[in-house]
Design a binder for this molecule. Sequence first.
Ligand SMILES: [Fe+2]
Length: 314
Amino acid sequence: MEARFFEGDAMFHTLGRWFRSLSYHPSSSSHAPVSATLGALKSLLGLAMVVEARDPYTAGHLWRVSQLARLLAERAGLSPQERAYCEAGGFLHDLGKVAMPDHVLFKGGPLTPDEFEIMKTHPTVGAHMLSPHALGSAVHAAVLSHHERPDGEGYPQGLSGASVPMVARVVGLADAFDAMTSDRPYRKGMPMGRATEIIRAERGKQFDARWVDVLTDKVRIHELAHIVGHSDEGLPLASCPVCQGPLAMPRGAGPGMTACRICGAELEVVKTHGVLDLRPTGRKASAEQLQPQPDLALIEVMARGMAPYAACRT
Ligand SMILES: [Fe+2]
């Protein structure tokens, strides 16, 4: 039997009713319900910007996981509402990392057993942080259970098989695929084909068998090319010309001055033949330039994309 999508059918139906009650009816004279949906979604998705602000290495990881999770959900034939939950869950999955101490979050090498014990708390921390939010329940399972494994070797609860909520299995697979294909300070990201091979070898062990099959049988490698190495639709990740760290340019960015929040270098954004390029100025960035720039345009687009799907149920 297919496992539950959320942590209980009652929650699914409650959320479905809630979203339907907020749905937009063009014939209605009042647009307040859709505004309420959008406002709650933007508030929820905006929390992901806290993770980006805390750790500049995140650099679009949350967007990529959300898009991969949505693509997998779509190819598996899930309903529009379920796809929206996969997308939102992928975007919020690592919220608890904001509470990880610097020496754990920013450690360049492997974690000690004690440090790993601390890191293993991030799903629970994230789930607690989301609990007061009006839509926190919608992403609770993805946030709490994205590191669970079908073989029971995951954390924080050691769930196994079908007891891992489906949305968490989708997000967990998308998370691992992006981790493997992304550059890290200490290694280059691997080719997509190699990542897929490794995932296939872990079918039924680290990764859920059904979702491994969706990734390998129903998604073509070239279809992932607009997600891998990007931080938004049509926006490839840039790399700092000083430290080579990843740099996510905000939607609609143009020529001007910016900064690398990893090494603190001031950078000039120039447009050459229609392509944005980064050049070091040789100066240290100012405190003002080093401020994180939440990508509110991306949040707006994602929330608007999700709201109508979240509001219906097939
Ligand atoms: Fe995580």
